[in-house]
Design a protein around this ligand. Sequence first.
Ligand SMILES: Nc1ncnc2c1ncn2[C@@H]1O[C@H](COP(=O)(O)OP(=O)(O)OP(=O)(O)O)[C@@H](O)[C@H]1O
Ligand SMILES: [Mg+2]
Length: 470
Amino acid sequence: MKFPYFYQQMLGFLSVIIMLLTISVVSIVLFARNTAIKGTENRLFAYAESIVDVNLESNQLSHFQSLLGNQGVTFFVFDSNGDLVFPKLSENIETRVVPEEEDRLRDGERVSLTTEQADLYGNPRDTAYIYLPYFTSSAGDYAGFVAVSAPVSQIERQMSDLKRNLFNAFLISTIIAIIMSFVFARYQVKRVNGLRQAAHMVAEGNYDIRIKHKDRDEIDNLSQDFNKMIYALDMSRQEVERQEERRKTFMQDAAHEMRTPLTTINGLLEGLEYDVIPESQRLRSIQLMRKETKRMIRLVNENLDYENIRANRIILNKHILPVSEILDEIKEQMANIAESSNNKLKIDSLENLTVYADYDRFKQILVNLIKNAIQFTDDGLIEVSGMKTETGTKIIIKDNGIGMTEDQIKNIWDRYYKADISRTNTKYGESGLGLSIVQQLAEMHKAKLEVESEPEKGTTFTIEFPDSKD
Ligand SMILES: Nc1ncnc2c1ncn2[C@@H]1O[C@H](COP(=O)(O)OP(=O)(O)OP(=O)(O)O)[C@@H](O)[C@H]1O
Ligand SMILES: [Mg+2]
């Protein structure tokens, strides 16, 4: 069943307001009626006291009777047996006494009974009754009681006036309440609809939309979070688009890259098949084929590695590792490429320096950083140094190669990014995946990775591995 938010709000506001109004009206009417009746009863008790005060002298009582009769007040005096003493009534009129109350009167208690029953003559009307006991002046024994009654129709009249006025007030308040609820509900619903529309627009791909909000209530907080969410969505959308763009370029590059070695390999294989390659060239051809295949395998592996790291499929096996030994191994591996670009690779003596990391991944990080340094430097110097810090181990890879601009630095961690696309394969990196892998691995090690670079001056990568074993 559909029950729009607007009606829910209206109903909520209205039910609270109407309930409060109803409670107030009922309490006011009850309170006013009770106060009025109490007032009448007090008046009747005062009359009864005056009647007792005159010692129940007959002519005084007759005087009272005519005096009070004018005000519609009737009184009767009974003796201790409950027999009527005053006034003397003709035989055919029967007085009605209330025997249940007599015990209370004997105890000296005042009794007030205001009920919708017949008066002492038996006439049906709204009447206030009170009974006041009196006692012998000598011994103080119970001597009887005075019953006084007066109509309360006056009060009922006042009450119906009051009820009418209150009902009018109730009607006016209800109308005002409806208008106010309508305005409030509309205001709230408008805000919710604003959010809805914004969500709709985001769903349609408009990420520029922002909801205006102050800092007043939950809907404002929701709007604020909503804006943050759109921003985050926009950022990740842009990132996905950027990656997709680079992936496309990479696929084109890769197709291009692979076509050449595959054609080379195919040509060489054909030559071997038809025996057109001279014996002396055979080994060289096979070596060339191996080199090309190796390069293609590396390209594929790097892509797979990145995906594995991203999907959390890599488990680190951390140990305390000797940095200097690992760097020696890397130096040996890199000697060739360093030499081919006339670079000198200088590694500080880092005896006794240790790092807490996964052996393979630590090596992979350093290989990538050192290989980059060599690849983007000509006739230069690549220096690798390291040191213990307060919380871990820092490794610094510094080159004096081509360097990077600030804009380039921002992007180097992205997949498939190459600062200069004209630098295709071979010498200048291959897939543009190296640093994004390094960054993921550093993150897994909780290591801090930083870069400083200046075009034509050189680049320094710093990575600090924490010591903690958590
Ligand atoms: N030491 C450096 N000096 C100058 N530019 C660098 C350096 N290291 C990285 N870069 C820039 O950052 C880009 C990204 O580096 P990354 O290692 O991710 O990719 P790549 O070296 O091009 O390819 P891959 O490492 O996958 O073979 C490089 O193409 C280069 O433009
Ligand atoms: Mg690289």
